[in-house]
Each structure stands twice: as C-alpha cells, then as structure tokens.
Design a protein around this ligand. Structure first.
Ligand code: KG4
Ligand code: ZN
Length: 349
C-alpha cells in the first residue's frame, strides 16, 4: 500500500510518501519533507495562526510535489491519501484537509482523516514495528499534549495519564520565553543545559519542584514549575550569568517527572516495551535517561527516530496503516468517496 500523507496542524507544512507492507510489518518511508515556519514565527515568540495558515497555502502543494518526486513516484501510484484532521490550529488544519480532499477528488483516491496525536503515537512503529512487544506503555510528549498511553496491541490503546494543565513542550517554550531565549524553547533549553552538563560541575542552586511526581495517578502538571522559574528569576539578579544552570535544572525537573510516571505506568500495567514520541522526545537527555531507567527494569525502549519526533507527515502515514478503516484493497475502494466526509475535527480522542 502506497500512502501520501499530509500534515499541517501547526507551523509545519509536511508531506511524506510511505510504502507499507502489513504482512511483513514493514513501513518504508520513501520521502519525508517538512517546510518549517520557525523563522517566520520566532520573532513573535510563538505561532501566529493567521500567518501559519497563509504560509501553508504557499508551501503545501510544492512540498507534496517534492515528496512524490523524492520518492520517485507519482499520484497514479498512490493508493491512499492520509491527512491530519485535528487537533491543531483550525485555519492551518483547513489548508491541509482541503488540499487532501481536492487531490482525492481529482485523482479518485481513497482518503482518510488522521488524529495528530495518533500520528505521534505510531511514530516509533516506523522502524520498530516487528520488535515492539505488548502491553506497551507510550510516553508521548509535545507542545500540545503530554500523555501516557497503554497499548494492549497495535490497535488497542487507552490514555492512562495526561497533563492537567500545560504540556511538557509548553513548559519548555514558556520557560525559554522567561529566560529570553528563542522559540521553540525545547531545543535551546536542552542546548544550554548540555553546556552546563559538559562543564562537569555540580549545581549550587536549589532544585526546581517536581509537581505530582509522587501523586498516586499517572497525570502530570507543569504550570507550577513554570511559575517557580518565574519567581526564581525575579529573585536572582544575576540569573543571566547562570542561564545554562537554570536551563539544566528546569530541564531536569521536567524530565524527572516524565520518566518517573512512565516507569510507574510500566509497573502498573506489566509492560513489555516502552515507546517514546512527540516533539519533546527529541530531547537527548530525556531519551538517554528513559533508556537507562527502563533498562534497569529490563524493559526495551523504542524511541521515534529524531526525524519523526517533531511534527512530520510520515507519522500520519504510520497512523493510517493501523487505522481500523484500512484493512484491505476493498476497504481502500470504500474510502474513495471519503473526500465528501473528511473534515477538520478538534477533539478526536
Ligand atoms: O510534536 P511537536 O513538533 O508539535 C506539537 O504537536 O506540539 O512538538 C513541539 C514541541 C515544542 O514545544 C518544542 O519546544 C518541543 O517540542 N521540543 C523539544 C525539543 N525539540 C522540540 N523539547 C525538549 N527538547 C528538545 N530537544
Ligand atoms: Zn505534534
């Protein structure tokens, strides 16, 4: 099955061509193109929805064209178009959904709408499908959500933990803004933190609180941590000179809670594998520490490849493969008129 996937839920215009073989449990990513708008939005310290939607209008079609070219294929060879329908910025989503619908109608192709979070959930399957053992616990952390998901099989899953306020990525982004660092905050905070780690010095500053670390559920809360950073910076006139150390301590607090709750979930559900995905899973320290802590419990961790952590279209194709509407060639035929019904949906889970 050859899939063309389109993702435009926020500030990335992304297209990917994926060849999937369900029998062999194989997902071959033939192209994965992302036209990022980070430069456009960084001067505003966050994504401006109107600008994002306009940019998608310019970038989506050329990105789709390039994705097909890079995969050395064309629309005739495509069996299915998969498009993100939500959650995300409505105007951004609309550009992707309308583009996908027009293509499906014009080329008489099967079309399926995919939940963006399901995309993140299936990103680790791209290179690891054959090896993932169930039950599996998935930590999926991005700018919009922080969830722990229990997967009993490829297609049977349940959210068992979530953030009660800010998402982990939001904590990175807002923390960076407070420290006058650029958007998005995750990469720059982790770079500053690494500079501190590389100095091999012990921090003399007080640690940040670990909200809900020991609560008897699998939920997170990050808004208090953010407030704590705000007060600490206000109190310390010399914080700019210690910015790497603050970045390190802030990152450690976020990672510590994420890992503790994930390991707790693996014990509660007797998991056989741990999966890690979402934009925040690009964080090297999170990847390394989760591997270490899971290995100590004899658990294998399957992290998304770095290129599939932040928003991309290959993960949308991966989620389509496991969608219960996609069973065989007959089901693809059924989805040929689907362009009439696929629409933007904000809350799908
Ligand atoms: O998955 P994603 O691209 O978009 C959403 O669905 O939200 O995630 C973006 C988030 C941003 O909050 C960004 O700061 C965070 O992922 N992020 C990171 C890193 N790279 C991106 N957070 C921590 N460390 C990183 N290296
Ligand atoms: Zn995302």
């Amino acid at each position: 099955m050859n899939i063309l996937a389109i993702e435009s839920s926020c500030d990335e215009s992304a297209a990917s061509v994926v060849f999937a073989n369900k029998k062999k449990k194989e997902i071959k990513v033939k192209s994965n193109l992302i036209s990022s708008q980070i430069k456009l939005h960084s001067k505003y310290g966050g994504v401006v929805p109107e600008l994002a939607a306009r940019e998608h209008v310019y970038k989506l079609i050329p990105t789709i064209d390039q994705a097909l070219k890079k995969a050395k294929t064309n629309m005739e060879e495509i069996d299915l178009i998969a498009v993100t329908t939500g959650p995300g910025l409505v105007t951004s989503l609309l550009t992707g959904v309308e583009t996908a619908k027009s293509l499906a109608y014009a080329k008489n192709k099967a079309l399926i709408g995919i939940n963006h979070i399901h995309g993140h959930l299936y990103a680790p399957f791209i290179n690891n499908w054959k090896n993932i053992k169930f039950p599996a616990v998935v930590l999926t952390v991005s700018g919009g959500h922080s969830d722990i998901i229990l997967m009993k099989s490829n297609t049977n899953y349940l959210k068992v933990g979530k953030t009660r306020d800010d998402a982990a990525g939001e904590a990175f982004d807002k923390g960076a803004k407070m420290m006058s660092l650029s958007y998005p905050g995750g990469p720059i905070i982790s770079k500053k933190a690494q500079e501190f780690i590389d100095k091999n010095e012990k921090s003399k500053l007080e640690e940040f609180p670990r909200p809900m670390k020991y609560s008897d559920n699998l939920d997170f809360s990050f808004s208090g941590l953010k407030t704590s950073l705000l007060y600490r910076l206000k109190k310390d006139k010399n914080w700019k000179k210690k910015i790497n150390e603050y970045a390190y301590l802030y990152q450690e607090a976020i990672i510590d809670v994420l890992i503790t709750k994930t390991i707790k979930a693996t014990q509660k559900y007797k998991a056989k594998s741990v999966l890690l995905s979402g934009g925040v899973s690009a964080n090297i320290r999170l990847r390394e520490e989760l591997h270490k802590k899971a290995q100590a419990k004899y658990l294998q961790v399957f992290s998304s490849d770095l290129q599939y952590t932040t928003d991309n279209a290959a993960m949308i194709a991966a989620a389509a493969i496991f969608n219960n509407k996609i069973k065989d060639t007959r089901s693809l035929n059924k989805l040929k008129n689907n362009w009439k019904t696929v629409s933007v949906q904000e809350n799908l889970d």
